[in-house]
Ligand binder design. Structure first.
Ligand code: HXC
Length: 514
């Protein structure tokens, strides 16, 4: 063979291997409503930016007829490429090759790209579509999972790790995504569970579909395992690209600073908070009235909606928003929203993203269900996360800041750098109704007209405590500001915090109430 013939042979060999499990398996993949692993990579990355590694990797398994089997790429594609011209590492499981099952070499390829991502300090994106541990390879497959989990944990807080669930992700395989920072799911495509419907039927005698057990909606709305929900794969890859445009590449670099843009949403920020304090409003309107271009990348939009979290830019710089949502359960703190906020705060802190907190909540959700679900343990996570975070912390109290909720939501007492309050703020131990009933109980009971007396006492309490000025007098609030001044004050505060340095106690690590 001369050199030209060798090049030609390489081309042919490449093309064969790149067909994965072959035409029939590709057709089956498409018929099940899924894209192929290669199509997925091209949608994710900048055009023609993918450099594939280990295309010719082969398994070395011998049992159960494996010796005769050639598995193209061993069922996973790995490599580097760019998103918005910045390097990323990627792996995509190829379901057309023995169901994307994970054997020893398959796992080696994944850990190889994880190691590259860590060494180069670039994001790592994993596309999961797999029948799980390759049964024929036994413990070697399990070893592979363990090595992936270990790397997920080592990389946590150093580089962004993104998991995309585009097919089955079952058994222990779910724990790699669960250890990563952002999990993306697609309606009708993603299936994620520890034990599948067949096992459930055998063990418990219950019938349930894969979709109802662990589909995209289940994980976006109920379990909180997923952070982004998309209607189709194309939308999902756009979401990933958008997210990566706003977060930093690693824990040492800041996110790209964009040109400053004014908010574009037509929102009258001075009148967002209704005059009647029992009326709700959408806190996302406040966010959109503050951010550049009114842009907001919301994370976990459909889970624990009483808390809104996500990223936006202020004066071109990325910030993380943590906001109570009066529109949903009046914005109370509960088990799920505590978990949601605490993890987000830790992410922002690890990646040097300043945190802007918007407060309007009546406190913690009362009730046996919450107590027995561990609201004490879960609620403590927010306190821990805020107290531990050393990034700039700026808090704006919009309306209610009652009781433990006042303390938990980025208060001065947890070392917020700036605390602002709108004139509509009410900072107190509890709401006026409840407070008046307790502290004026005797007067109310003894009155000729208890209802009238209660009304009078509620009014008295409101005058005294349900405002921002008592906290402002004590310096717990730095300034009471007009809502329309909020963006300006945030820009100022972020500038002051630019070189914030905090001296930390010397310890290996704390023990958060996980
Ligand atoms: C080996 C597998 C496989 C596996 C699928 N295949 N899963 N081969 N090991 N785990 C093969 C099938 O034999 C088939 O090969 C091809 O992939 C496509 O699979 P189908 O069943 O035809 O596809 P589909 O009907 O779409 O069903 C997909 C599926 C099903 C729901 C994922 O294949 C399935 O239930 N697989 C087993 C899932 C499982 O129990 N995994 C182990 C989990 S335990 P042919 O040659 O026929 O095309 C685990 C432990 C990890 O993962 C622990 C880590 C800590």
């Amino acid at each position: 063979m001369n050199n030209n013939e060798k090049v030609e042979a390489l081309n042919k060999k490449r093309q064969e291997v790149m067909l994965g499990g072959g035409e029939d398996a590709i057709q089956k993949q498409k018929q099940s409503g899924k894209l192929t692993a290669r199509e997925r990579i091209s949608l994710l990355l900048d055009p023609n930016s993918f450099n594939e590694y280990d295309l010719f990797a082969q398994h070395e398994a011998k049992d159960f007829g494996m010796m005769e089997k050639v598995l193209n790429g061993d069922g996973v594609i790995i490599g580097t490429g760019t998103i918005h011209n910045k390097p990323v590492c990627v792996f995509a499981q190829d379901f057309t090759v023995v169901g994307g099952s994970l054997g020893y070499m398959h796992a080696k390829k994944i850990t190889k790209i994880q190691d590259v991502a860590m060494k180069m300090r670039v994001p790592c994106i994993g596309i999961n579509d797999s029948g799980g541990a390759r049964i024929q390879e036994g413990v070697s497959s399990l070893a592979g999972y363990g090595e992936i989990f270990y790397r997920n944990t080592q990389a946590s807080g150093v580089i962004p790790q993104i998991s995309v669930i585009l097919g089955p992700c079952a058994g222990g395989a779910v724990y790699s995504p669960a250890l990563t920072d952002f999990v993306f799911v697609v309606d009708k495509v993603s299936k994620m569970f520890i034990t599948g419907p067949e096992v459930i039927k055998t063990v418990l005698g219950e019938e349930i579909s894969q979709e109802d057990l662990g589909g995209a909606r289940v994980h976006s709305e109920i379990t909180g395992n997923a952070h982004f929900f998309a209607h189709n794969e194309q939308e999902c890859f756009m979401q990933i690209r958008k997210l990566l445009s706003i977060i930093p590449q690693n824990n040492k670099n800041a996110a790209d600073k964009n040109k400053t843009e004014k908010p574009t949403a037509k929102i009258d920020i001075n009148n967002i908070v209704p005059i009647d304090p029992t009326k709700p409003y959408d806190v996302r309107d406040v966010i959109k009235a503050i951010t550049d271009n009114s842009d907001f990348v919301e994370v976990m939009e459909k889970f624990a909606q009483n808390m809104v979290i996500g990223y936006g830019r202020i004066d071109g710089k990325t910030v993380g928003f943590v906001a109570n949502q009066p529109y949903y359960l009046a914005g109370v703190l509960d088990v799920d929203c505590s978990d949601k906020a605490a993890r987000f705060i830790r992410y922002c802190d690890a990646f040097n993203i300043p945190i802007v907190t918007l407060v309007d909540l009546p406190g913690y959700l009362p009730g046996v269900q919450q107590e027995h679900s561990g609201v004490i343990r879960h609620g403590a996570k927010i306190l821990y996360a805020y107290s531990e975070a050393s990034v700039p912390k700026i808090t704006v109290i919009l309306r209610k800041a009652y009781g433990g909720g006042y303390i938990a939501m980025g208060s001065r007492h947890l070392e917020a750098d700036f605390v602002y309050a709108w004139p509509t703020a009410e900072i107190a131990v509890m709401g006026p109704q409840g407070a008046a009933n307790i502290i004026f109980r005797k007067e109310i009971m003894a009155a000729e007209n208890p209802d009238e007396m209660r009304k009078q006492k509620v009014e008295e309490y409101k005058q005294r405590f349900a405002n921002p000025y008592v906290a402002a007098a004590k310096g717990y609030v730095d300034s009471v500001i007009k809502p329309a001044e909020t963006r300006e004050m945030l820009i100022h505060s972020l500038n002051v915090c630019e070189n914030k340095a905090e001296i930390k106690t010397d310890k290996k690590h704390g023990i958060p109430p996980f």
